[in-house]
Design a protein. Structure first.
Lengths: 269, 112
């Protein structure tokens, strides 16, 4: 049995908030004492480099998947100076146009190797570096990279929004892809119009409806916070505004994940 | 004794496999590229075996059976089916039979 959990944050459509949710979950879990590695697997639209501008990076996730370097070459420890009880490592995707072009042009053989390298990276992080969580920030929909991420994950966190096509697509992903690959999954609804969450009972009713639609646990419903969307990419809400309702909601989501993975929430690692 | 029995089971499964495909799965020869899209197109029972083999890299039927929780003889049959479909390679080392995913691996086309 693997010692830790690989959590893939996935959605059907883009712009659902996967990256901000992945980053903040990684921040919260490492603050609570877990060892976390956050990996940018959105190779077609990388963005974690804007949040974690690590100095002197030599290699990217892309290079590792291509077999050009070792896991240690792409991992950067960003724990220092953040007052964390655990470790926070990041692996960034190359944002250059050349790298994105190479990803788009990747062939089946290249993607087969990427899957095997991803499995090797999982082993390295969980077994050699004793990470408690690997959080994969995936690309949306059904691309090679995102399906590879699903194959490697233990638990899927589906981020969906109040949008009919997004909901229908996400339901299809859950019902077909995740079940074919025998994955456990939970749903987090994001950017819900505030008028739909006016009180506890309407929120519960809505959560029940989503639960029935997905046939999966719905961990929470996050309202659309304009101020969160306006924040610069470099801002990590959980670190800079831990009392903001968005940060508090994600702290609750992290607790639910810890409970489902059998780790005591908020307890010592 | 146990090894001899396992060998026999292997032989029986292989000879049965020559006559018909396992569990009615359509046995289509692949191009040796077991990527995720190919995995998704495989029938459920083979997908689980193939994914486990990718995860393990090089494994005996017994190793795959430990991961999937199915019988060794069943996994042996499925692995041999993957070999016939040209997605995996079979290699005998002494009394042991190892399976690996075809190494016919290319790469990403780099931009100029």
């Amino acid at each position: 049995m693997d010692p830790g959990t690989v959590l893939a944050v996935h959605s059907y459509k883009g712009g659902t908030g996967k990256t901000i949710i992945s980053t903040n979950l990684a921040a919260i879990l490492s603050r609570e004492g877990r060892n976390v590695c956050l990996i940018d697997l959105d190779l077609r639209a990388p963005s974690l480099d804007k949040t974690f501008g690590v100095e002197g990076e030599k290699f990217w996730v892309n290079d590792f998947l291509d077999g050009e370097c070792e896991p240690s070459d792409i991992l950067f420890d960003v724990s220092t100076g953040r007052g964390l009880k655990g470790r926070l490592l990041v692996a960034l995707a190359n944002p250059s146009m050349e790298a994105i072009r190479a990803t788009v042009a990747s062939d089946r053989k290249g993607e087969m190797r990427a899957l095997r390298r991803l499995l090797a990276l999982r082993d390295h992080l969980l077994k050699k570096l004793a990470m408690d969580y690997i959080i994969l920030d995936t690309s949306p929909g059904l691309s090679y990279a995102s399906i590879n991420a699903v194959a490697v994950a233990d638990l899927m966190l589906v981020v969906a929004t109040w949008d009919a096509s997004d909901l229908a697509g996400a339901q299809g992903m859950v019902g077909e892809l995740y079940s074919m690959l025998e994955k456990r999954a939970i749903v987090l609804m994001n950017k819900i119009p505030r008028q739909l969450l006016i009180n506890g009972s309407t929120k519960r009713r809505l959560a029940d409806q989503f639960k029935k639609a997905f046939k999966l646990p719905v961990v929470d419903l996050i309202p659309c916070y304009c101020e969160v969307l306006r924040q610069e990419r470099s801002t990590i809400m959980a670190f800079e505004r831990p009392k903001h309702p968005f940060s508090r909601t994600l702290t609750g989501v992290a607790k639910r994940i810890e409970e489902s993975e059998g780790l005591s929430a908020g307890g010592p690692p | 004794m146990l090894i001899r029995m396992e060998k026999k089971i292997d032989l029986i499964i292989r000879s049965l496999g020559k006559g018909r495909s396992t569990q009615g799965a359509e046995e289509v020869k692949g191009a040796g590229v077991l990527d995720i899209m190919t995995l998704l197109s495989l029938p459920d029972h083979l997908r689980r075996t193939a994914l486990t083999l990718i995860k393990l890299g090089r494994a005996m039927a017994e190793d795959v059976a430990k991961e999937t929780g199915r019988a060794r003889a069943i996994e042996s049959a499925y692995l041999n089916q993957l070999v016939r479909m040209e997605y995996a390679r079979r290699e005998r080392v002494g009394k042991r039979v190892y399976f690996t995913v075809e190494e016919n691996v290319g790469g990403r086309r780099r931009g100029s």
